[in-house]
Design a protein around this ligand. Sequence first.
Ligand SMILES: [Zn+2]
Length: 254
Amino acid sequence: MPLEIVTVPCRSDNYAYLVKGDDGVCIIDAPEAAPLIAAAKARGWTPGALMITHHHGDHTEGTAELRAAFPGLKVMGPKTEEAKMPPLDMALTEGMNGGNGDAYTVPLDVPGHTLGHIAFHFPNAGVIFTADSLMAWGCGRVFEGTMEMMHATMQKLAALPPETLIYSGHEYTLGNMKFALSIEPDNPDLLARAEKVKAQRDRGEPTVPVTLAEELATNPFLRCHVPAVARAVGLPDATPEQVFAEVRKRKDSF
Ligand SMILES: [Zn+2]
């Protein structure tokens, strides 16, 4: 059975998700409980698991209330961030896996934004929940890791099948669009995506999911090997790692 995925806007600009597969319903991230409870109840769904990507409050603060609403909810999150998170029933590391069919899930280490950030990959369904690592048309700010670490994370995600659907953790896409266009103002793929994204936001629709192929064609953080991107940040002879660090630094003050 294909996954049923519900995008649930939370707080001012967070996205959490309900994912229904053959073996039940899980929640990805807990920015706040009320919208997730409402979205689940509206469908008659009882989530059995909450899967958290990283320790930041805007991904965890709804945990206790979700536990109270859904008795038996199993809370899972990255083992390396366990001490900073609400109590976990299962601490996850890369290489663990679970679920059946399209709901088969593998956590991937995607450090940089936080040191223990994980993404939830559903390889059979061709879907990944990346939260604040790879984001629609952008990438998360590097708070805890190094630029090299975040660049390696981008490379790891770039190697997934290009048709993979990326579901990220925030609606930052219009801001990311303006920054991307400042780097590659003449790239026709960016200009076409800009029209699409503006129309989506005008209709009040989320700009997620997006295919990895579209990110590879338009996201400057995945394009640090492209000469036009290196030239745009004044580093025509630099390595992709060095270009990434400069692009990320410029986005911080954009
Ligand atoms: Zn975060």
